[in-house]
Every structure is written in C-alpha cells, then in structure tokens.
Write a protein that binds this ligand. Structure first.
Ligand code: FA5
Length: 343
C-alpha cells in the first residue's frame, strides 16, 4: 500500500527545491502546474485517498489539505518575490530611461469633436468681437417660451417636443433663452454667441438627437438691419467652412421671436454643380434667423424705437456633419474610437 506520509514528505521537499530554483514567472507557473494543477502531485495524492481505509482517510485527508494550502501560500510568496526582483531590475535598467523616446503605434488621446467644433465657432465669433456666453440647461417657461414671444397655447410650442420637469421648469429646447438672459445681464450694445446643449423629446435617427447642441448669435445696437445680419451670417459661414467665395441666400421662415424670420442657406462648400451633400441642389439649409421681434425687446425693457437687433441659431452637430462628412448624428455620443480618433 502506498505510504502516504512518506509521499507527502517527499513531495514537500521536492516542492521546496523546485521553488528555490524557479527564478522567473514562467518557471514558477510550471511548478504550480506540477503541484497544484488538475493532474499535479497534490491532486494525485488526493485521488489515492480513495484506496485508503476510513481511519487513514481521516488522518491523511487533513494533512493533504494542509500541504495544499502551504503549497499555495509558498507559491504566492515566491511570485511576489519574483515580481519585486523584476521591479528592482527594471529600476536599474530605467536609470538610463529616455523620456523622449517614441514608441511607434502608440495610441494618443484627442479632443472630442464637440470640443473642437465649439472652439472653432467661439474663435470665429470672438474674432468678430462677440462675447461667448452660456445659460442654464434647466430653464423656466418664461425664458424658453414666454419672453421669446411664445405665450402659452401658441402653436409654435408644438414644434418643440419639450421635456417638462415641472409645471414651470423644462430642459431648454433651444439656446434662444440665452438671448433674454444676455439682454437682462448686459449693457447695450450686446454682441454674444451662446453654444450649448438643448433637449427635445424626439425619436432618434441619423439626423435627429434628443440631446444635441445649438449655437445662438445675438447682436443688438442702434440701427441694426437685415444687411448686418446677412453680412455676419456670411462671414461666419465662410470662416467656418474656410471658403471665401461661399454665398448665402434667404427664404422666409417663421420663429415667433424674430420679425421678419428667415431661413439662411449657404452655397454648397463641396461642389459647384450639385453633390450628395447638397442633394444636387447646390445649396444647404443652415441657419434660422431674423431681426429680434419688438415684443422681445420690449419684454426685456429695451425701446424698439431706438434699438434693433438680429439673431440666428443653428444645430452644431448638423454643421459639423456637413463640414466633416459625418453621416450619423448618433456618432457624436458614441464611444467609437475609430470615429473619435479622427479629430
Ligand atoms: C430654433 O431652435 C431657433 N431657436 C433658431 C433661431 C435662433 C431662429 C435665432 C431665429 C433666431 P429650430 O427648431 O429650427 O430653430 O432648430 C435650429 C437647428 O437645430 C435646426 O436647424 C437643426 O440644425 C437643429 N436641430 C433641430 N432639431 C434637432 C434634432 N432633433 N437633432 C439635431 N439637431 C436638431
């Protein structure tokens, strides 16, 4: 019959020797498999227990368990020791470490496309003398609608699928409330650009998000006319698309807070005779715009007989999609590295 005690003693000695000679993680792994693996020495000893009498099982079962635990602990200690000596060796080597060394194929982080676009837009407006401002995303009915000449029951409210938080609070549906807050907080004349996040309870598709960005431009001074609006819109779009010969055209549009209201299209920055971006029309719809409605000025305490102004607004993702040929707005909120890496 197998002398279990002698076998345990012999394996203990052999394990000690194997551990003392193992100097690398690979060598240690081999020792682990030899002793603690499914077909290792300890498992084989365990299997041999079944041939013993009940009394012997009672005696050697716990002994084998103790051996197994001791083996696990010795292996863990040895592993830690190897790790520490590797670290020491690495430190030695790193004394001459070249911090400027370049490792090929390394991945670098990059700014998010939102950061890039908002920086570009803000730089353009700052270069034209505008202040960059912000407003709260949680707005009141007054700033989002009422003060913008959109009273309760006005049909224009249906156009904004609003996320209401309470009777009076909502997630802003556009950046136009920043117009009112800027008028209230600044001295005249006012020239502000407000980029920011807005929310609409809309179904998602390749060109619709429920949480997207808008940019809002507002200028109020004496004697401001449509020609100021058109010159500014054209200068802005030319700078954004980097095309000096970009043309604009206007169509009538309706927004309760401007009068007259306009839709501004730009000539396609990518073609001269029709492409897939402009759907073969040569024009792309870009801005909602108009002269600030006298009711909006009056509501904020400005005399519309003395002052006038213009405002325009646009979807920031939609502008970026055109500029960079992005075909799905949902990519902006995705974590796809191949998409994010490009910017
Ligand atoms: C407005 O929100 C007006 N506040 C714009 C304005 C400002 C007009 C100042 C006049 C003066 P509109 O609802 O059309 O207008 O939205 C403006 C732009 O936001 C759209 O042209 C589009 O580019 C973008 N947009 C609208 N809905 C979505 C959506 N669900 N997902 C992504 N972009 C959207």
């Amino acid at each position: 019959m197998l002398d279990i005690q002698a076998e345990i003693n012999q394996q203990e000695r052999a394990l000690k020797k194997a551990l003392s000679t193992a100097q690398t993680e690979d060598a240690l792994e081999k020792v682990r498999i030899n002793y603690l693996g499914r077909n290792g020495h300890i498992a084989n000893l365990m299997k041999s227990l079944k041939n013993l009498s009940v009394d012997q099982k009672r005696e050697f079962g716990p002994k084998l368990n103790a051996f197994k635990q001791a083996a696990e602990q010795s292996l863990a200690e040895k592993k830690h020791g190897i790790f520490k000596s590797q670290l020491r060796a690495q430190h030695e080597e790193n004394r001459n470490f070249d911090v400027t060394a370049y490792e090929p194929n390394q991945k670098f982080g990059s700014l998010h496309i939102y950061t890039h676009i908002i920086e570009q837009l803000s730089n353009i407006f700052m270069s034209m003398g505008y202040d960059i401002v912000d407003g709260p995303e949680l707005e009141t009915d007054y700033y989002n609608f009422e003060a913008l000449n959109i009273p309760a029951d006005h049909p224009a409210r249906d156009h904004h699928d609003t996320f209401w938080v309470s009777d009076n609070l909502l997630l802003r549906t556009h950046t136009s409330p920043v117009q009112i807050r800027s008028i209230e907080n600044s001295d005249l004349p006012i020239a502000v650009f407000a980029p920011g996040r807005v929310y609409r309870n809309e179904a998602l598709d390749a060109s619709h998000e429920f949480n997207f960005m808008q940019g809002e431009c507002l200028y109020i001074d004496k004697k401001i006319s449509l020609s100021n609006l058109l010159a500014t819109a054209q200068a802005f779009l030319q700078a954004f698309f980097g095309k000096d010969d970009l043309k604009i055209r206007v169509r009538p549009g309706f927004f309760p807070f401007v009068e007259p209201g306009l839709e501004i299209d730009a000539s396609c920055p990518f073609c001269s005779n029709g492409c897939s971006t402009c759907k073969k029309t040569g024009w792309i719809e870009l801005l909602g715009a108009g002269l600030v409605h006298p009711n909006v000025l009056k509501c904020s305490g400005i005399d519309p007989e003395i002052y006038s102004g213009f405002a325009f607004g646009f979807g920031i993702e939609r502008l970026a999609m055109i500029k960079y040929g992005i075909d799905d707005i949902r990519l902006f909120h995705s974590s796809k590295i191949e998409f994010l890496d490009q910017f």
